[in-house]
Design a protein around this ligand. Structure first.
Ligand code: FPP
Length: 239
């Protein structure tokens, strides 16, 4: 007899590793930044698709801690692109009920981006349709390291007994506190890697890898990923 799947068929939280902008640009004989610009359109389309399907949290890996090592021109281009998104899309985001959030080392971002980001997060704080979480200067190992430091400080100060440390103590010190773990992780461009992304939080996530490059990923591919997810049987380590 087919086993009843007790998990809702629409994931509450979808996280995406948006990969392949550079290869897309190369394929079209364009500079890398044009690939990122094309990727911006996919971001817009996927945000709409997430709302359409009733996804409640959408996390996008937009810039990793490792990405600072890219050529200065590309880093500046990406930061400019981010500022553009925050400036141009904020009004629409507000009207659509999107709450903007971020995970990552905010202190690493250029001041102009940080200010724009903080204003956008503040302005959309009350929205409840979709939490759009941008991972910016994000690295999972640094996130866990910072959490360990914070927990150690509490132990040293005497406010926390080491024996009382639980999994929840750790997750409460991550950037994602108050955000449920992703149910579905999507990676574009075919790479079978996690790339230091939400290592703690994806413990039980279903993984969907598509060969489609991020700038070619849109509502159709998003729906395919959701259909793939709906067909999975999640057991969370049980039987
Ligand atoms: C990975 O492609 C993508 C990035 C490092 C940046 C993602 C940024 C965007 C989609 C643009 C704007 C989005 C927001 C939210 C502002 P890659 O450059 O590593 O591609 P490659 O592996 O083919 O070189």
């Amino acid at each position: 007899m087919a086993k009843e799947n007790p998990v809702p068929s629409i994931p509450q939280h979808v996280a995406i590793i948006m990969d392949g902008n550079g290869r897309w640009a190369q394929k079209h004989h364009l500079p890398r930044l044009s690939g990122h610009e094309a990727g911006r359109k996919s971001v817009k389309e996927v945000v709409q698709a997430a709302i359409h399907h009733g996804v409640r949290y959408l996390t996008l890996y937009a810039f990793s801690v490792e990405n600072w090592q890219r050529p200065r021109e590309e880093v500046q281009g990406l930061m400019g692109l981010l500022r553009g998104v925050l400036r141009d899309e904020l009004k629409e985001m507000g009207e659509q009920g999107i709450r903007l959030r971020m995970i990552g080392r905010k202190q690493d971002l250029p001041e102009a981006v940080r200010e724009e980001l903080e204003a956008a997060m503040e302005n959309t704080l009350g929205n409840t349709k979709l939490d759009l979480i941008l991972a910016l200067s994000y690295g999972s190992r640094v996130e866990i390291t910072e959490a360990v430091q914070a927990v150690a400080r509490e132990v040293k100060a005497g406010s926390l007994d080491p024996e009382a440390i639980r999994e929840k103590t750790v997750s409460d010190h991550l950037y994602t506190r108050e955000i449920p773990d992703p149910d579905l992780l999507i990676r574009t461009s075919g790479e079978m890697r996690i790339s230091n992304f939400m290592l703690w939080q994806i413990s039980y996530a279903e993984i969907h890898v598509t060969p489609v490059l991020w700038p070619d990923f849109g509502k159709k591919e998003f729906a395919l990923a959701l259909a793939d997810y709906a067909g999975r049987e999640r057991r969370f380590g049980g039987v």
